[in-house]
Design a protein. Structure first.
Length: 763
């Protein structure tokens, strides 16, 4: 796996503005992003403050002397299994496993043989020069060597200390690409180079070279401040795979600082507890994750658990050492029973560090909780602007997300604003493309021209003839989508965070009702499309519930206005298998493979008439214009091969799209073909057999709204109304009073034998 070098993450965002959205409103003229005020959550963006004095005594890397009595009691009582695993690994033929297990053995038993094994293994590893130029592998040698130095400090001779430090210095220079004192300690690298190289080396070898610690701490202050812009709202800017490496590195930094200095950033940053939930909510029942960003986890075949027996509880569990560690830290530092439960389910104590950390951190009396008790929606606001949703935690449940994400964070972030993904018994509406497959690594043709681009996602295009797209001075394939801010350059330093050019979307409204099982989120990505677009807005509404195999009804409403009426506006839907079309209905199946059988039905209600173009199949899987940016990858990679493009037969300056989707856990007996459009005065909506979503067009100005619903049992959401306003829904047989939500929505239910007219009255 290749991990690329990136500049210090500088994170940019738009404020969340709650307004009603309506079809009748004229498309807003293009405005400069500079007019947007700096969001409140950027106002206090400063390097992490405070003094971080190193404890003079050892151990101080991940472990303190005062921890040892409890640790010794645990290996005698609650953690016998983990301790036996560590003892076995102290004889491993893998040097890192052997040295970590042996160093821990020395700390808890005082047996000189353990110290000798740890020191000799560390010296052997540090003397090797077989990873020249590989930044990541060299960085990952440093932290276990640093632990051995710190934990076995009194057992080293002066000559052995010098030898180990020379090896570590060489590894740090290989990781950074420059002599040690000429390099900033990896502000431009993945965070692990701080958490797994410079900070532990700086702490361990402070007696030999204090400058390593001083420079690493300086960069840590700035890096955490920048990354916290996203972490405060529950996610990493770098997606599911690199997000694991980034957040794990950052939470390790907090633990390193806590144990070495006593400064408790876990308490100062309580939102670190929330970030771990992102991977809980996006993990599919089959064990993989919803795709987000550059995904290198997708070929891991559940990371070694595939060969287990069918009834083994780990059969459908995806895991990775980084994910396990960050779940453990969140569980322990914040006493979180849900993170603890997932940690216990995922951990592999056959790895030395996992077993050691388990003994050090986990109180055997702590009790986990099952994820089934968690809410089915998780709204991540601020710069993340993402709705996570799942109907439950079983194999037949829907897992999905809708992403606005106002900030463009570059590096492993994609141009995918207003996109959605849906999984149910297989990936149905997917993020298309492949990372690190055959010729599809970072900056490859596939990456530059397809994978990272808007066309590879379930969102919208505005195709301008002759459009030019530039990435860092290089002309790349125009796809009709969003543009790289500043042609793909990274902002520099904390002072660049407030630059409006990186604000490529905004959340207009986010309205989520966990109690009633619905959510409505509106995003505006006009800024991301440059001057060719005057309005690109999407409202994503999901209503849980239904009978039989139906999991959820989703209504997606889009308004797209272009500078020139001739620019074609396109609605995208990607799939792994070839979609079927019947008139205005598109059907996507997921057959074969693990946890397959799901079905997605999509009905295009607007525009009318619509043009459907099915693109894909052999030689056209990743087609942009006339070029197929081909690639392939093994394992569980799901690059997709098909997309459906929907556009208006009659182009105009503005195109309205309205799609009704239903998600099934297996092939349904009846389909969604009887979905219908509601167009009444100041109301626009979609009605399906199980639900209806209606959008108020005048923000409640009319005060009274009438519409007719067909016979049947349905859940009805009316949205775009004034917030927290009293209302009354009335018809023959249905009377309901209440107060609209803070986002201006209401829900009522019907069970009609014949069609009835309904009246919604605002008071």
């Amino acid at each position: 796996m290749k991990l690329t070098i990136s500049t210090l993450l500088v994170l940019l965002a738009l404020p969340v503005v709650f307004t009603a959205c309506g079809k009748g409103r004229e498309a807003e003229p293009e405005t400069s992003p500079a007019a947007e005020p700096t969001p409140e959550w950027l106002a206090d963006l400063r390097p992490v403050e405070g003094e971080f004095p190193l404890y003079p005594d050892r151990p101080r890397l991940f472990l303190r002397p005062e921890d040892l009595p409890a640790v010794r009691e645990r290996i005698r009582t609650t953690h016998k299994t983990e301790w036996n695993a560590i003892l076995a690994l102290s004889k491993s033929d893998r040097p890192t496993e052997r040295m970590l297990a042996s160093a821990f053995g020395w700390q808890v038993t005082g047996d000189e043989r353990f110290a000798g094994q740890a020191i000799s293994s560390a010296l052997d590893l540090a003397a090797r020069r077989d990873q020249t130029g590989d930044d990541l592998l060299n960085a990952y040698r440093v932290w276990p060597e640093s632990i051995v130095y710190d934990w076995c400090y009194d057992r080293f001779s002066e000559d052995q200390r010098r030898q180990l430090f020379e090896g570590v210095r060489w590894q740090l220079e290989q990781a950074g690409g420059l002599p040690l004192h000429d390099q900033i300690p990896h502000a431009g690298h993945l965070v692990n180079h701080l958490a797994d190289a410079h900070v532990p080396a700086g702490i361990a070898f402070h007696d030999l070279d204090p400058s390593i610690w001083e420079r690493a701490l300086e960069v840590t202050r700035t890096q955490l401040a920048a990354k916290n812009v996203f972490y405060r709202f529950g996610a990493s800017s770098q997606g599911n795979s690199y997000g694991v490496t980034h957040f794990n590195g950052d939470v390790r930094l907090l633990m390193l600082l806590f144990k070495a200095t006593g400064v408790d950033l876990f308490s100062r940053f309580p939102f670190y507890r929330e970030v771990g939930y992102y991977w809980l909510y996006t993990r599919r029942p089959g064990g993989q994750l919803l795709r987000n960003g550059d995904d290198w986890l997708d070929d891991m075949n559940q990371n070694g658990w595939v060969g287990l027996a069918p009834d083994d509880p780990k059969k459908n569990v995806w895991t990775h050492p980084w994910l396990v560690q960050m779940l453990l830290y969140g569980a322990v530092q914040y006493h979180d029973p849900y993170l603890l439960g997932e940690y216990l389910r995922l951990r592999d104590t056959g790895r030395a560090w996992t077993a050691i950390e388990d003994v050090i951190r986990r109180d055997g009396s702590s009790q986990p909780k099952d994820l089934a008790d968690l809410p089915h929606f998780r709204w991540l606001g601020g710069p993340v602007g993402t709705l996570l949703m799942r109907t439950g935690w079983g194999e037949d449940d829907l897992v999905g997300l809708y992403k606005v994400m106002p900030l463009f964070a570059k590096n492993h972030d994609h141009l995918d604003r207003l996109s959605f993904q849906l999984y149910c018994r297989g990936a149905l509406a997917i993020d298309s493309g492949i990372y690190e497959g055959e010729g599809s690594g970072y900056d490859s043709d596939h990456w530059l021209n397809y994978f990272q681009r808007t066309i590879a996602h379930n969102t919208l295009l505005v195709r301008e003839p002759g459009e030019k797209t530039v990435y860092r001075g290089k002309t790349v394939q125009a796809d009709g989508g969003q543009f790289y801010p500043d042609e793909g350059a990274n902002p520099v330093g904390l002072e660049g965070i407030a630059d409006p050019k990186f604000r490529i979307a905004r959340v207009v409204n986010a309205d989520v009702s966990e109690a009633e099982g619905w959510a409505v989120v509106t995003g505006d990505a006009t800024a991301g499309y440059g001057g060719k677009a005057q309005l690109v807005e999407r409202t994503f509404a999901v209503v849980f519930g239904g009978e039989g195999l139906l999991k959820a009804t989703i209504v997606v409403r889009d308004r797209v206005a272009s500078r020139d009426p001739s620019f074609r506006k396109v609605w995208l839907l990607h799939s792994i298998e070839e979609p079927e079309r019947f008139a205005n209905v598109v059907k996507i199946n997921r057959r074969g493979g693990r946890n397959s059988g799901g079905v997605l039905m999509s009905v295009t209600l607007l525009p009318e008439p619509a043009v459907f173009e099915k693109i894909g199949g052999p030689g056209k899987e990743f087609l942009v214009d006339s070029v197929n940016y081909a690639t392939s990858k093994g394992g569980d990679a799901e690059g997709g091969a098909w997309r459906m493009e929907v556009s208006a037969a009659d182009q105009g300056r503005e195109t309205g799209f309205l799609h009704a989707l239903e998600v099934f856990s297996a092939e349904p007996v009846t389909y969604i073909t009887d979905a219908s459009l509601i167009e009444e005065k100041s109301l626009l909506g979609a009605v399906t057999p199980a639900a209806a979503v209606l959008f108020c067009e005048d923000a409640g100005a009319q005060g009274v709204y009438k519409f007719t619903l067909p016979a049947g049992k349905r859940r009805i959401v009316v949205t775009g109304l004034p917030a927290e306003r009293r209302y009354r829904v009335s018809s023959e047989g249905v009377e309901k009073e209440g107060v609209t939500s803070r986002g201006g929505s209401l829900l009522f239910e019907t069970d009609l034998k014949t069609p009835w007219e309904f009246t919604v009255t605002l008071e």
